[in-house]
Design a protein. Sequence first.
Length: 262
Amino acid sequence: MTNHLVVALFGIFLLASGSGWRLAAAASGQCRQLNPCRCEYENGQGIDISQVLTKVENYLNTADPKTQDKYYFHPCQDIKELPSEGKKCSSGDGYSLCRFNNASQTYEKLGTIKDSSFHTDGGGQQFLVYKMNAKVTSIQLLCLKHDQSYLYVDLDKAHLSAGNETSLILFSPYACPITIEEISKPSTGGVLLILFLIGTFTYFTIGSIVRFMYLGARGIEVIPNLDFWKDLPGLVRDGARFLQNGCRVERRQPDPDSYDAI
């Protein structure tokens, strides 16, 4: 199958789906890596490809129509599963990206999740790049409004250095920018802590100014509700004892000089 035929068939597929595609880097700027599956732009959006394999069993795969080399892609986690024996890819912790070299009939490990990183080029296009030894594989992430992900060899970019540099394309709905909630939105505890600190600062600042300017307080007396703050350690101690006694009032011996003792 020629290059033009492959491109034409894929173009027909996109038109038939009615969904189209757009660049994953539409959010602009560099996408800062959060983990092997996620990156975040400055505006709070990001890319999360952790669900790419929801409708496939083990991995995404594709073949180069020129060389008949096959590629096996499993993002986010290293695996060892292959359609046939491939000890080099399945060795150690396994692989995240593996290639079957048709010429030598051998498997080559192109990278694990530790070898992957997100990269944004000058045109705003987003890539997942694997660098292992002298081999570099760039997977361009393109947003496809469809219910499934597809992996292809980039036929417009020639393989360089005798196969040491390879370009793939991932069309996926999970390559579309989304809001990274746990990064863009502060937690409830964080919000409460910020409000508490602001309230405490406002309380002491305004209270001290009022006591200094209108009540003539000086020195430590400018602290609002000074008697309460002096008694606070004792109140905390009494509260701790109350809890230790099972929320029961502790019985104490009466003061010798008190009415009860008399």
